[in-house]
Write a protein of this length. Structure first.
Length: 149
């Protein structure tokens, strides 16, 4: 009985540790690209690739040049891009400081000012973004061009 428990311990605990469970994502393809809004690099945007009918999700954030690097599932991927304006943080008019309250009154909650989106909302959903790419190993960097209109 001790040997059965020991074997179970080895297979459940030690074997995965020996094989490794890092963020390598076997089968994923490393790609890069740039996101532009109205022809200008889009910094701080979240880019999400949804592959294989929603079975594989990968996300990245663009740098100050609008560039990103990510490992995604090979094949067809729908893409979404979203960004919240960092200068338009949510605020509650007339509310106490956040550290002074856990939840605002219903009147205060109604006054919450939502942050303005940095890109049109249609790009934030892979079903409405009209952004789709066929991903394969060794491909050139992607160019994702968005329009504010």
């Amino acid at each position: 009985m001790i040997s059965t428990r020991f074997g179970l311990f080895l297979s459940v605990v030690l074997l995965p540790a020996m094989i490794g469970c890092g963020n390598d994502f076997p089968g994923r393809v490393a790609i890069s690209g740039i996101v532009e809004l109205d022809g200008k690099p889009l910094e701080g945007a979240s880019v999400a690739f949804v592959g294989d009918g929603g079975g594989a999700l990968a996300t990245a954030t663009t740098d100050k040049l609008g560039e990103f690097r990510i490992k995604v599932a090979p094949g067809s991927n729908k893409v979404s891009v979203s960004k919240v304006d960092p200068n338009a943080a949510a605020a509650v008019a007339g509310a106490p400081k956040a550290e002074d309250m856990l939840m605002g009154t219903p009147e205060q909650v109604k006054k919450i000012v939502q942050p303005k989106a940095g890109v049109p909302e249609r790009y934030g959903n892979p079903a409405t973004s009209n952004l789709q790419f066929d991903i394969s190993a060794g491909m050139k960097p992607l160019s994702i061009s968005l329009s504010s209109k």
